[in-house]
Design a protein around this ligand. Structure first.
Ligand code: HEM
Ligand code: SF4
Ligand code: SF4
Length: 355
């Protein structure tokens, strides 16, 4: 399959028009009711449907028009290709995302090693321990731009996506419904709540949904732990290290464990599932993203376990290398899916109320 936008759109349009006539999968997910609003599908509508699709694969395993039928349908893949393409078109520069998805593991590995190597080299060239060379202020000065600049690029991409898909003014009720859906990852539960068909083909499983929630809530807990620690440092003059029963540790340790367990399960499921029902071109980059999340959390936990030993400096450099890589790759790795999928759920609420 070609990776040019018009070809991807034309193929998705062909398939969605067949689905819109068939409507057998109407109860499966949010995509099928959403498509019934239209008779003709613009690029913006297709991008919206693609970001609503949770790649549960239920429609493919139930479809009578998959190969060898001449209609040759593969709706999960057609939508996954349009979805990936929408992220690459809207978040600039597209070449970075394309490069990452072509050589994901290599780029991620190299970045982690280079950044960790920089921290190690600077520490060994300076006097005293790690924090004597890299004070809290220095670390904030390095990490804040590495976080905010990628976030700004994602925000610009979302603004452009919002325009293309016809998003309008956000109401509180839109946010309420969209966040309720994310909180339960409702669309990965399948139409009847039994789960999705991601790794067990025509049988249902909640595996991916539960693993996703472990990673997502784990990530949010770790993010909260870092934010609380920063506030404690600057507002309450309480510098690290913090004890086991402090807020940063009570949030960070369960968060890290959830991320490692959920991430490892997601890697296992991804290796089991059929790559041809997703965007096959970006499989490596997607895998690199999940591996990176596991590395961030595993090095954070290992760092805590190694407190007081000679391994601390090397583990700290490695942990900082993984965190900065995650930040810098935010616009170009699969991390963007959270922003775009959440936007699609909000826009869908607006469309449902006729906005
Ligand atoms: C904000 C709302 C979010 C939504 C609606 C959402 C939705 C989804 C969906 C539907 C999938 C499965 C389909 C696919 O592979 O694209 C997925 C995959 C994934 N999500 Fe999320 N997600 C959100 C946030 C997050 C967050 C904050 C994290 C953690 C940093 C996260 C981590 C992952 C991982 C690791 C995968 C698996 C990637 C893969 O197998 O290729 N998600 N997400
Ligand atoms: S995926 Fe197949 S069965 Fe489902 S609505 Fe489309 S054409 Fe019909
Ligand atoms: S793969 Fe799942 S979420 Fe996507 S359109 Fe098919 S049934 Fe809906």
């Amino acid at each position: 399959m070609s990776f040019e936008t018009p070809d991807l759109m034309a193929e998705a349009r062909r398939q969605i028009e067949i689905c819109n006539a068939c409507r057998y999968c109407e109860g499966f997910c949010a995509v099928f009711p959403a498509m019934t609003r239209d008779k003709a599908f613009s690029d913006g509508t297709l991008s919206h449907l693609a970001n609503l699709c949770h790649n549960c694969r239920g429609c493919s395993y139930s479809c009578q028009y998959v190969p060898p039928h001449e209609f040759d349908l593969n709706v999960p893949a057609a939508l996954a290709n349009v979805r990936q393409d929408s992220w690459e078109r809207h978040v600039k520069p597209a070449a970075f995302a394309k490069a990452f998805h072509a050589h994901g593991v290599a780029i991620m590995g190299l970045m982690v090693l280079l950044i960790a190597g920089f921290f190690m080299a600077a520490k060994s060239g300076g006097e005293g321990g790690f924090y004597a060379v890299f004070s809290h202020n220095t670390l904030v000065a390095l990490f804040l731009p590495a976080f905010l600049l990628p976030l700004f690029l994602v925000a610009l991409g979302l603004r452009s996506y919002w325009r293309e898909t016809g998003g309008s003014c956000i109401r509180l009720s839109d946010l309420k419904e969209a966040f309720a859906s994310v909180a339960k990852m409702k669309n990965l539960a399948g139409g009847h709540g039994e789960g999705c068909n991601f790794e067990k083909e025509d049988r249902y499983s909640q595996g991916r949904r539960f693993a996703h929630q472990a990673v997502m809530y784990g990530f949010l807990l770790c993010f909260a732990a870092t934010s609380v620690a920063t506030l404690m440092h600057y507002l309450l003059a309480m510098p690290a290290p913090y004890g086991l029963f402090s807020a940063p540790k009570l949030l960070g340790i369960p968060g890290g464990l959830l991320m490692v367990l959920g991430g490892v399960e997601m890697i296992r499921l991804k290796l089991k599932a059929d790559p041809s029902l997703g965007a096959a071109r970006v499989w490596g980059g997607e895998m690199a993203f999940v591996v990176l999340l596991v590395l961030v959390s595993a090095t954070g936990l290992a760092l805590y376990a190694a407190t007081g030993t000679g391994l601390v400096t090397a583990l700290l450099a490695l942990h900082l290398g993984t965190v900065m890589t995650l930040f810098l790759l935010l616009p170009y790795s699969k991390m963007v899916h959270g922003f775009f999928r959440l936007s699609a759920l909000i826009i869908e609420e607006q469309k449902k109320r006729g906005a």
